[in-house]
Design a protein around this ligand. Structure first.
Ligand SMILES: *[C@@H]1O[C@H](CO)[C@@H](O)[C@H](O)[C@H]1NC(C)=O
Ligand SMILES: *[C@@H]1O[C@H](CO)[C@@H](O)[C@H](O)[C@H]1NC(C)=O
Ligand SMILES: *[C@@H]1O[C@H](CO)[C@@H](O)[C@H](O)[C@H]1NC(C)=O
Ligand SMILES: *[C@@H]1O[C@H](CO)[C@@H](O)[C@H](O)[C@H]1NC(C)=O
Ligand SMILES: *[C@@H]1O[C@H](CO)[C@@H](O)[C@H](O)[C@H]1NC(C)=O
Ligand SMILES: *[C@@H]1O[C@H](CO)[C@@H](O)[C@H](O)[C@H]1NC(C)=O
Ligand SMILES: *[C@@H]1O[C@H](CO)[C@@H](O)[C@H](O)[C@H]1NC(C)=O
Ligand SMILES: *[C@@H]1O[C@H](CO)[C@@H](O)[C@H](O)[C@H]1NC(C)=O
Ligand SMILES: *[C@@H]1O[C@H](CO)[C@@H](O)[C@H](O)[C@H]1NC(C)=O
Length: 519
């Protein structure tokens, strides 16, 4: 694709000026930025101006849309050589493929990958969270706001206008989303997706003087705050990936909307502080993990998967505080979630200014044994607020919640990611052991005290089981686990209750075993 003549002229004028960058990144943010861009530069395909699809097992060949937009932020921040030229091609391509038919449920959404057939054609049925992803409006829309705000002056005027037009269609399409309708699940409790829509709608309404859009953004914000303010917690509680996305959306609101009357802009800073207040109490720097319980996690040990919260912590206090002992990022589960790192890095300098030193201190070094208690509420799954209680000691954490829900597996009805009772410990040799209750019931009464976890199924009967996901022992420890006494690094005792204390052991293996692998 050839750039237009106007644009060449624009580039000539711009490159004559000194290089403009968003933020001077300090040490930690810069290493986060550099390491992610090093990976992305290798998988960028300038022939088509998309990043190659990274990590997704069957995607050898295709490219990927959302991560490419994140990459364009990295290119604009770096702004050397062809970077600006490539970023403009990316924006024109991605917005060019945005859905333009207002009658479709996915109006204003972007492709998941550019080679996909047209959604809604005979060979490519519209399947939400599959052939189209409604959250891509939120992810890409918020990224376009960062591009417009931080790097707009680098871009030719027609591209600036294109971004605004894209955001307008994006937010109109996003207003079609109603939890419980047409297979959608966007309720205020779905914090990360709800906040991205709130921020994109609020910003775009103000930018385009569309008072209906502005009002919608404020209504979304108030609905979120009504849940958040029950106990200053995200309804999508303590998810190491998605708390990071919520903080990302809130940072955009705090940075670009706090000087307006926007409801989310007015509240974003204190919500960010409240989130870090409890997250920093749940963080165990010795284990480099958030203690449980977690709504929606993609693993049980953050040393082995890429969580977006780990990228924030890296930007704030350094990589050695999160992934010092990990193998290279490309070998970790959800490695593709590292592709948002350039965006986190660009926002992190501002983000850090919102945090008191007490929070940074808790992220750096363990503050001593303590217990966290709180509440969180995610309707319609939760019939009533959940009660969280978590005990943290230097080398062992136990965290759980009591709940009464309409479905098994929490808000997203997914027992593989809803982790209501989590134990983690430091094993000899430095690796992390864990076990976690695999949800099979809609209600749980649970409490924690030092070294003890008490679980009761209020609706259980003699067919109920307590099923735990347990880490394999590390290499060098016992190969086979026949009973609790074989678990490495922790003495586990069943001290009472009505359940059979002798566990049945299954192995969910990479290749073979008696059950399917979980995360
Ligand atoms: C926005 O949607 C309108 C239809 O309402 C369409 O004509 C226009 O091309 C779209 N713009 C972009 C950038 O997709
Ligand atoms: C106003 O916003 C609501 C919710 O976002 C939307 O359903 C409605 O169509 C909008 N009305 C106009 C006139 O844009
Ligand atoms: C929105 O309104 C403001 C103030 O009235 C004005 O300066 C601005 O140009 C308007 N923007 C658009 C896109 O209409
Ligand atoms: C809210 O959470 C705090 C801990 O952050 C706790 O001390 C307090 O008791 C909680 N309040 C309620 C009503 O749950
Ligand atoms: C935690 O583990 C470290 C490293 O093995 C050890 O030095 C320390 O004494 C342990 N702390 C406690 C309270 O067990
Ligand atoms: C949470 O704690 C409150 C106060 O103790 C209690 O009334 C409520 O039933 C508890 N909720 C659950 C789901 O156990
Ligand atoms: C759970 O909530 C439902 C609906 O509010 C209520 O009927 C039921 O008694 C509660 N069950 C428990 C075990 O708390
Ligand atoms: C465990 O919890 C149940 C139900 O909340 C309670 O009846 C029981 O006394 C508790 N057991 C211990 C040892 O704390
Ligand atoms: C036990 O609970 C399960 C799940 O609620 C239910 O399907 C089953 O009928 C119950 N069995 C008895 C004997 O009550």
């Amino acid at each position: 694709m050839l750039p237009s003549a106007n644009w060449i002229l624009g580039l000539g004028l711009l490159s004559a000026a000194s290089v403009v960058r968003s933020a001077e990144l300090s040490g930690h943010a810069q290493t986060l930025f550099d390491q992610s861009m090093m990976i992305q530069d290798e998988i960028y395909d300038p022939e088509v101006s998309y990043l190659r699809y990274f990590y997704f097992p069957l995607a050898a060949g295709p490219h990927e849309t959302r991560s490419t937009v994140w990459h364009s932020i990295g290119l604009l921040q770096r702004n050397q050589g062809n970077d600006l030229f490539e970023a403009v091609k990316i924006l024109e391509n991605v917005i060019g493929d945005q859905e333009k038919d207002t009658s479709l449920q996915w109006y204003g959404d972007y492709t998941v990958y550019p080679e996909q057939p047209t959604v809604g054609t005979p060979a490519y049925a519209p399947v939400i969270y599959n052939s189209w992803d409604p959250n891509w409006r939120g992810f890409i829309g918020t990224a376009l706001i960062v591009i417009y705000e931080e790097f707009g002056s680098l871009l030719p005027p027609n591209v600036q206008d294109l971004i605004l037009e894209s955001l307008y269609n994006n937010t109109v399409g996003d207003s079609y989303r109603v939890g419980g309708v047409d297979g959608d699940n966007l309720y205020p409790a779905y914090s990360n997706a709800w906040l991205m829509r709130t921020v994109a709608t609020s910003w775009t309404g103000r930018k385009l003087n569309d008072s209906n859009m502005t009002t919608s953004g404020d209504v979304y914000a108030q609905e979120f705050l009504n849940l958040f303010d029950i106990n200053g917690t995200l309804p999508e509680f303590n998810g190491p990936t998605y708390a990071g996305v919520s903080l990302y959306a809130l940072t955009i609101a705090a940075k670009y909307l706090s000087s307006t009357s926007s409801v989310i802009g007015q509240n974003a800073e204190r919500v960010i502080q409240d989130i870090w207040e409890y997250e920093s109490l749940l963080w165990n720097p010795n284990l480099r993990n958030f203690a449980g319980p977690w709504d929606r996690s993609y693993g049980y040990d953050m040393n082995n998967y890429v969580a977006i919260m780990a990228e924030w912590i890296w930007s704030l206090v350094g990589k050695e505080k999160v992934w010092h002992y990990s193998s290279p990022i490309g070998t970790m589960t959800h490695a593709d979630d590292f592709e948002i790192a350039p965006v986190i890095a660009v926002l992190s300098e501002f983000h850090k200014t919102l945090l008191p030193n007490s929070i940074l201190h808790r992220l750096r070094s363990f503050i001593g044994e303590h217990t966290y208690t709180g509440q969180t509420y995610a309707p319609p799954a939760d019939y009533e607020p959940r009660n969280i209680s978590t005990w943290l000691s230097a080398n062992l954490t136990i965290g759980t919640d009591s709940f009464n829900q309409s479905v098994v597996g929490g808000y997203s009805e997914d027992s593989t990611s809803f982790s209501p009772s989590v134990v983690q410990w430091l094993r000899p040799g430095g690796s992390i052991g864990y076990f976690n209750l695999y949800p099979t019931e809609t209600a749980l009464q649970a409490s924690v005290s030092p070294y003890a976890l008490n679980l009761t199924y209020p609706l259980g009967n003699e067919t109920s089981t307590f099923t735990f996901v347990l880490a394999s022992n590390p290499l060098g420890a016992k190969r086979d686990i026949f009973g609790l006494e074989d678990v490495d690094g922790l003495n586990i005792e069943v001290v009472g209750g009505s359940a059979n204390p002798v566990p049945e052991v299954s192995f969910c293996g990479l290749v073979g075993g008696t059950c399917d692998i979980v995360q």
